[in-house]
Design a protein around this ligand. Structure first.
Ligand SMILES: [Zn+2]
Length: 159
């Protein structure tokens, strides 16, 4: 193996191991919103529409309808369309077993199968499905299990 091949191998190994490789959710789905702006957290709560205690599988950001929604990591769109309860939603599959979900959208900007970059606008927020107000519902799943998205959203907002 020559030097440049060795450097290339080292670089690609580093990229594969680095959490900054773009495959791990690491930005807010809404530009200018940080984890401090989450209006409904992950876990059990009284559902605002059904009025029963129900697990909240994600976090909410109160944003007006039509706010651009970004993919929080690079990946492949696996679902973009209406789902009962969640209204119009987009699901993106990333590397390392991560999946992100964006729900109650007013419109989608991608089709299933599309390859998206981190930060790419994939949809616009709304209040479709079982939503009492205009907001974005955002979920992060790791190996099929929902985890607290707040852990994957920076504490200070990007602009
Ligand atoms: Zn929600």
């Amino acid at each position: 193996m020559n030097t440049s091949a060795r450097v290339l191998l080292a670089a690609s190994l580093l990229l594969a191991l680095s959490p900054c490789s773009g495959q791990t959710p690491s930005i807010s789905p809404i530009r200018g919103k940080s984890s401090a702006d989450i209006t409904a957290g992950f876990g059990a709560r009284v559902h605002p529409v059904l009025n029963i205690v129900k697990r909240h599988d994600g976090v909410d950001f109160d944003v007006p309808s039509g706010t651009p929604v970004r993919s929080t990591a690079a990946g492949k769109v696996v679902l973009a369309g209406p789902v009962e309860g969640y209204g119009l939603e987009v699901v993106v599959a990333h590397g390392r077993g991560f999946r992100t979900l964006y729900a109650h959208l007013s419109s989608v900007a991608v089709a299933p199968g599309a390859i998206v970059k981190k930060g790419e606008v994939i949809a616009y927020s709304g209040r479709s499905g079982l939503a009492s107000t205009e907001h974005l519902h955002y979920e992060v799943a790791l190996n099929g299990k929902n985890v607290d998205p707040a852990l994957y959203i920076p504490r200070s907002a990007d602009r």
